[in-house]
Design a protein around this ligand. Structure first.
Ligand code: FAD
Length: 391
């Protein structure tokens, strides 16, 4: 593995770093409605400067960036503490799926709007009885002339309340084996019969939602790929979600670890700084070991992709490592500040503006989203280690 960068790659980094210095994202608003407006503005600014969807081919508004350039992009964004992109589902799943499987009309209709965050996308996969066992999904779509009529319920749909389009998995053939008979449909969230109900999370946020579809009419032209053949497209989506997102997140958690170390040096514990306490030092060292292992795991997977592979089941290793490491890291962050570590945002004496307890509560979901830790372990056992299938 060669970890040095070519002069072109260094130029790419310098150009991006200069742009970020001249166009800082600014502080993130705490209220979700305000954050959404801020996120749309940030993504539009990035797009106008040619820094959004950089992996997309140039003909669709991207830069055709190499994988190394994408990594540099993520490193610089993490370094600049840039916010998560508001239209992440569209950029990392919807857009790439349309580029690979969409019709010309679908590409023309959607790609530019996804890039500019003019329209926000959400991922309508999970249902009350179909999460880990996604292929058990029951939301029905029945053909009626040139429309499908969709009825059913989805749950845990991130940002659905702000979304204009949903990548919806529906059952179009109830008689086929469960992985067959599923279709990938693009649904207009403003269509009659779509109801969105926000769900309150343990962290106090409400970016999750329930989605109800009551005989929603969806043009047949909104099918992506072929009718009854949506399962493979859904799996490609999930692999992109696990791998690309985890790479950027491990970089963000490295930035957070550096902040923890800096804080430990100035946060008082007794007569000295927290960094003088042996248990704190050990916990920080363990966090550094975790983070370095994560970084090299990410690089190893990257090497495979660079050699011509596509994101594969190894993404599960990264996802599992990162989501569990992130929770340990935040627990360490809280512990190093003693009782003050518990103070939530808004409290005058909260270290790091109370962000850490909030993130710790939010981080619980990370070992569930995009496949739970148990499911990742099953995938690693069966598809990476080639162990026999569990019962
Ligand atoms: C932060 C977050 C964001 C999300 N965003 C979205 C979104 O935008 N769109 C969307 O469609 N979904 C989303 N989800 C839903 C997510 O995909 C599901 O929560 C996840 O797939 C697990 O499904 P479930 O909640 O139904 O749990 P279940 O599948 O019911 O699992 C319950 C428990 O059983 C265990 N389990 C299940 N099967 C097995 C097995 N075979 N072997 C061992 N253990 C098993 C699980 O690990 C878990 O501990 C999000 C979830 C979170 C937390």
């Amino acid at each position: 593995m060669d970890l040095s960068f070519t002069p072109d790659e260094e130029r790419f980094r310098a150009e991006l770093r200069a742009w970020l210095a001249a166009n800082p994202p600014g502080p993130e608003p705490e209220v979700l409605d305000d954050w959404v407006a801020y996120g749309k503005d940030w993504q539009r600014r990035l797009t106008e400067a040619g820094w959004c969807g950089i992996a997309w081919p140039e003909e669709y508004g991207g830069r055709g960036a190499t994988i190394i350039e994408q990594i540099i992009f993520q490193e610089e964004m993490a370094r600049a503490k840039a916010p998560m992109l508001i239209n992440l589902a569209g950029l990392t799943m919807g857009g790439p799926v349309l580029i690979a499987h969409g019709t010309d009309a679908q590409k023309r209709r959607h790609l530019e709007r996804i890039l500019r965050a003019d329209e926000i996308w959400c991922q309508g996969f999970s249902e009350p009885n179909a999460g880990s066992d996604l292929a058990a999904l029951k939301t029905r779509a029945v053909l009626d002339g040139d429309h499908f009529v969709v009825t059913g319920q989805k749950v845990w749909t991130s940002f659905a309340r702000y979304a204009d389009w949903c990548m919806l998995l529906v059952r179009t053939n109830p008689d086929a084996p469960k992985h067959k008979g599923i279709t990938f449909l693009l649904v207009d969230m403003h269509a009659p019969g779509v109801t969105v109900r926000p769900l309150k999370q343990i962290s106090g946020d409400d970016d999750f939602n329930e989605l109800f579809f009551d005989e929603v009419r969806v043009p047949r032209a909104n099918v992506v790929g072929a009718v009854d053949a949506g399962w493979d497209i859904a799996i490609t989506c999930l692999m992109h979600e696990r791998q690309t997102l985890t790479f950027s997140r491990q970089l963000q958690s490295r930035v957070a670890l550096d902040e923890m170390i800096a804080l430990a040096k100035r946060w008082p514990r007794g007569d000295a700084a927290a960094s003088a306490v042996p248990l704190v030092r050990q916990a920080l060292a363990a966090a550094l070991v975790d983070s370095t292992a994560m970084q090299y795991t990410a690089y190893r997977n990257l090497t495979k992709v660079l050699r011509g592979g596509v994101p594969g089941p190894e993404g599960s290793v990264e996802k599992l490592l990162w989501s569990e490491m992130y929770q340990r890291q935040l627990e360490t962050a809280l512990a190093l500040c003693g009782p003050h570590g518990q103070l939530m945002p808004g409290s005058p004496h909260a270290p790091m503006d109370g962000q850490w307890p909030h993130l710790l509560l939010y981080s619980r979901g990370r070992t569930i989203a995009a496949g739970t830790s148990e499911v990742q372990r099953n995938i690693i056992a069966e598809r990476v280690l080639r162990l026999p299938r569990s019962g």
